[in-house]
Design a protein around this ligand. Structure first.
Ligand SMILES: Cc1cc2nc3c(=O)[nH]c(=O)nc-3n(C[C@H](O)[C@H](O)[C@H](O)COP(=O)(O)OP(=O)(O)OC[C@H]3O[C@@H](n4cnc5c(N)ncnc54)[C@H](O)[C@@H]3O)c2cc1C
Length: 351
């Protein structure tokens, strides 16, 4: 276990933003994680769990408390059963399951961060979400003061959300268990239209799992969604906003605003999102509200490759980033009456 004081947090985040933590502990075993959490809780010290820092917006003033970086390791595959320690690098774990010929998470390749963070916002991309393959999450329950095993059905997974995100100060994920599929080296059925188109197959078809993974990685790289330290378009948290989910009356009002602003033939993206609910595209809203790729003149700008990613061009502060984010939220609201919600977790700041 390593301990530092007044430790900068910016280098631990993909935005490279945020001030220092009073104390930074790096834990390499589950026991160290639990000990550090127990100690902070007993002392009443605020605690911030840090995985890969790819979904964190930390305030410029930093974090007054203990930041606990989870650096545990453990990849265990037993047939189709996979168990990952929370600190495992997610995209590397995906690659290993594909090499083992298994299906289920191949389209989640290239998502930065740790395995332990994947249940937090039910990580998803290109037609897959971890909620489809997670069987159990092993977590330290800070309220009960003990380690618990939470089955999938009790994780309250939904679009970019879960029980863990709903109760951010309660669970520290130690291990995540998955049930993958042995489809003889083939992928799970390809669901995402763009992936199917690129692969030249129909939605629902299977392709070699390795091909699915490589295709997703290529598509992601083209959008600045694979980390590359040389490319400021990836100094981000990926999508900065979630796709809005609208009720029927909200969607009707939105539809009217779209027609008013863009003409009667304009059609906003609309996907069924459960009983009476429609999901629309945050990227589309941002673009149509006038915030196109590369928008901005300051040190925080919209990615040149994807309207949904806000980025640090190198010299930004968290305040610069938030100013841009607030401008986008206000602009989209004014244009379409829809309020965008940030996807990354904010620490010590609010949008
Ligand atoms: C370029 C880029 C592309 C991205 N693409 C996607 C995408 O396609 N789909 C997607 O869903 N996300 C995407 N993201 C967001 C991000 O990668 C995921 O949310 C990822 O799961 C975050 O993991 P992390 O380890 O970096 O978490 P962190 O950023 O370190 O933490 C995020 C939150 O989880 C909490 N947390 C972390 N680890 C634990 C733990 N073990 N126990 C309890 N709480 C914990 C933290 O306290 C914090 O609240 C992208 C980000 C980037 C930078």
């Amino acid at each position: 276990m390593q301990e530092l004081h007044d430790a900068p947090l910016a280098p631990l985040t993909t935005f490279r933003l945020g001030g220092p933590a009073t104390r930074l502990i790096t834990a390499t075993t589950d026991a160290e994680v639990v000990d550090a959490v127990r100690e902070a809780d007993a002392a009443g010290t605020p605690l911030l769990i840090v995985g890969g820092g790819s979904n964190l917006v930390i305030g410029d003033q930093g974090f007054a408390g203990t930041a606990l970086r989870i650096a545990t390791q453990g990849f265990s595959l037993d047939g189709t059963r996979l168990e990952l320690a929370a600190g495992e690098v997610w995209t590397d774990a995906v690659a290993r399951t594909v090499e083992a010929g298994l299906a289920g998470i191949e389209c989640l390749a290239g998502i930065p961060g740790s395995a332990g963070a994947t249940p937090i916002q039910n990580v998803g991309a290109y037609g897959q979400e971890v909620s489809s393959t997670i069987t159990e999450v092993v977590a330290y329950d800070r309220a009960a003061g003990e380690t618990v095993v939470i089955p999938n059905a009790e994780c309250a997974f939904s679009y970019r959300h879960s029980r863990f995100k709903a109760e951010p100060d309660r669970y520290v994920v130690l291990r995540v268990r998955f049930e993958l599929e042995d489809a003889g080296g083939l992928s799970a059925p390809i669901k995402y239209p763009e992936t199917a188109r690129t692969l030249g197959v129909e939605a629902g078809d299977r392709v070699p799992a390795a091909t699915a993974r490589e295709t997703v990685l290529k598509l992601r790289a083209g959008k600045g969604m694979v980390l590359d330290p040389e490319d400021h378009d990836t100094w981000s948290a990926g999508s900065f906003f979630t796709n809005p989910i609208l009720t029927e009356p909200e969607f009707a009002a939105f539809h009217a605003r779209v027609a008013e602003r863009l003409g009667p033939d304009a059609k906003a993206p609309a996907f069924p999102a459960g009983e009476g609910l429609t999901k629309t595209s945050a990227a589309w809203l941002i673009d149509k509200a006038g915030f196109t790729k590369g928008y901005g003149t300051g040190p925080a700008r919209i990615s040149t490759k994807h309207t949904l990613a806000l980025t640090n061009r190198g010299e930004a502060t968290t305040e610069d980033l938030l100013t841009l984010a607030r401008e986008v939220v206000a602009g989209v609201h004014e244009a379409f009456g829809v309020t965008l919600v940030n996807e990354p977790v904010t620490v010590g700041v609010r949008l």
